[in-house]
Design a protein around this ligand. Structure first.
Ligand code: AMP
Length: 564
């Protein structure tokens, strides 16, 4: 069992699920929210993505379902989320946590076929995770009956309001029983959210994980950098950071035991000398690991927060956060492993685009700036390799004892210039430290997610696309930022009567993003290509797939063939 979760009142089967997932202790939001939710209280929680808020509401929700017994109404729980991406993520989390309780879950969002959703809804499903628009469509068609719903969760409520879903939310809540338990999570608490909470929640527990104050000197003097990297490229980014920084010894933090084990295996397969350290290991195993690290037979320690608490290893020069920690306080504990006793230390954080807000929370707590830097490029890496070769050559020259090689150079010197001979030797040295194909692959640069999604309301479909040039997409006439531009293929063009302003209107209206994030547009007879900022690309694809263009459903996907 997960000792850290004991005492919250969770069912043993849920605790087992958490152990299997490798969670070692509850995050602050889970610690605060789970007990009152298990008592059936309504709750308003201020928490951003990455704080562990999904488990904070999903675990009590699942426990409530189990209590209702197998004859419970279906659905008994409804979770409303702003985007398709989040609907899938939350459904996946509910599924993982609730496997042993045999709870069924269905994500429903725009763009997916109604028929498929209908089949599952008819069969009966315990938890529906839906975007508001599609939920309302089903309610109006009477294919989603909410009369038996005992728990409603509004997740990322501020984003749902920003996307223009306020009226949809009201209508959906009106279709649920008045005596339901209602839970609202939001990263920010503007007055509009407070008003919704007042109208729809009964005497809610209010939770805000406050920034708190740190005692003076609690934050060590370390260089702090963050790279914003999509999940799929994190491993490549970690390798690159390790290659560039060349730490004497580093600790890489993960959120769960499972991640620690997986990452250790992967980096070892890539030639590093890494050891895992987590709360599931015996004291003897841990001692062995620490000995290897202190003795220099391992250079990387991959660890969870719990296992690494209080560690003092003199060799450590770098702390790398493979994930942004769930709580800002954990970040401070983590980076405290380096920069001790006046030594220099480096803290590097790999953040996913949506975790940007967590970095701000950390800055607020530590009162220090975290530089958000460009992920080192292949060119940076090559330059660094050459720099290392130069340094090795210099050492070799200083060490002398080069005579045995004189004959090689001398015999070539008749034919070639000595400078060229030396350059050829450097080339050979470089090839000997050859880069793998992986290392030579560019990691896409993404801008952090905007602090807030665009303010445009959903119904504003007829907004004019003023100022957007129908230029050549490869050119830079458009207004999307140069860093991280995605090209989207849209399966309708001039033949279907599509004009640039239709595309801009649909994108700003449906995806709730600002016109300035739409770049160049090209309209061909049968299709169109639109450039948008990479950080909103997934959002735009989701939104357009769930809506119609000129009255028709259209194919929307990344334009892989011509992507830079
Ligand atoms: P969320 O804020 O719900 O999106 O969660 C962010 C990430 O933290 C997800 O990948 C979860 O799997 C992970 N997570 C949530 N709770 C815990 C926990 N108690 N320990 C470790 N990881 C967690």
């Amino acid at each position: 069992m997960s000792a850290g979760f004991d005492g919250l009142g969770l069912d043993a089967r849920l605790l087992d699920a958490l152990t299997t997932l490798g969670y070692e202790e509850p995050t602050p939001i889970q610690q605060e929210a789970i007990p009152p939710l298990l008592e059936g209280r309504d709750l308003v929680g201020q928490a951003a993505t990455g704080t562990g808020k999904t488990a904070a509401f999903a675990l009590p929700l699942l426990q409530r379902l189990a209590k209702l017994g197998t004859e419970r109404p279906r659905p008994s729980a409804l979770v409303l989320v702003p985007t398709r991406e989040l609907a899938m993520q939350v459904a996946e989390a509910v599924h993982r946590y609730g496997r042993a309780l045999e709870a069924s879950v269905l994500p429903i969002y725009g763009g997916q076929s109604f028929a498929q959703q209908l089949r599952v809804l008819r069969r009966g499903v315990d938890v529906v995770v839906a975007t508001p628009g599609r939920a309302l469509d089903h309610i109006n068609r009477e294919t989603l009956q909410l009369g038996g719903v005992a728990v409603v969760v509004l997740d990322e409520a501020d984003e749902m309001l920003d996307m223009g879903f306020a009226e949809d939310l009201e209508a959906i809540l009106a279709a649920t029983p008045g005596e339901r338990q209602t839970v609202l999570f939001s990263a920010t608490m503007p007055p509009r959210i407070a008003a919704i909470a007042r109208r729809h929640l009964r005497d809610p527990v209010q939770i805000r994980i406050a920034g708190g104050n740190l005692p003076a000197g609690a934050v060590p003097q370390v260089r702090q950098t963050a790279y914003v990297v999509p999940r799929a490229h994190k491993l490549a980014a970690l390798s690159r950071v390790l290659d560039l920084e060349n730490p004497e010894a580093a600790i890489v933090f993960c959120r769960t035991r499972t991640e620690v084990d997986e990452l250790t295996e992967t980096v070892n397969a890539h030639g590093y000398r890494a050891e895992a350290l987590h709360g599931g290991m015996t004291q003897e195993q841990r001692d062995r690991v620490m000995k290897k690290l202190r003795g220099g037979t391992a250079d990387l320690l991959i660890a969870t927060d719990v296992a690494a608490r209080g560690l003092d290893i003199t060799r450590l020069t770098h702390v790398i956060n493979y994930d942004v920690p769930n709580a800002p306080e954990s970040y401070v504990h983590r980076i405290g492993r380096v920069g001790r006793a006046g030594r220099e230390g480096v803290a590097i954080t790999l953040a996913e685009p949506r975790e940007h807000r967590l970095l701000r929370n950390i800055e607020q707590l530590t009162k220090r700036k975290i530089d958000v830097a460009r992920v080192p490029t292949v060119a940076d890496l090559r330059a660094r390799r050459l720099e290392l070769i130069r340094a090795s050559l210099r050492e070799t020259l200083l060490a002398g004892e080069l005579d045995p090689f004189r004959v090689v150079v001398a015999s070539l010197a008749d034919e070639f210039d000595p400078m060229e001979i030396a350059m050829a030797a450097v080339k050979l040295a470089k090839e000997a430290t050859g880069a793998t194909a992986d290392e030579e692959r560019e990691i896409p640069e993404v801008a952090p997610s905007r602090e807030r999604p665009g303010r445009e309301k959903r119904p504003a479909r007829d907004r004019k696309g003023e100022g957007v040039r129908a230029g050549r997409p490869g050119g830079r006439q458009g207004r999307a930022q140069d860093n991280g531009v995605a090209r989207l293929f849209i399966g309708a063009g001039r033949d279907a009567g599509v004009r640039p302003q239709d595309l801009v209107g649909a994108i700003t209206g449906e995806a709730g993003i600002r016109g300035k994030e739409v770049g160049a547009i090209e309209i061909a007879d049968r299709f169109s290509i639109v450039e948008v900022s990479e950080d909103v690309a997934a959002q735009v694809i989701d939104a357009l797939r769930g809506s119609k263009l000129k009255g028709k459903k259209v194919t929307v996907r990344r334009d892989v063939a011509t992507e830079r």
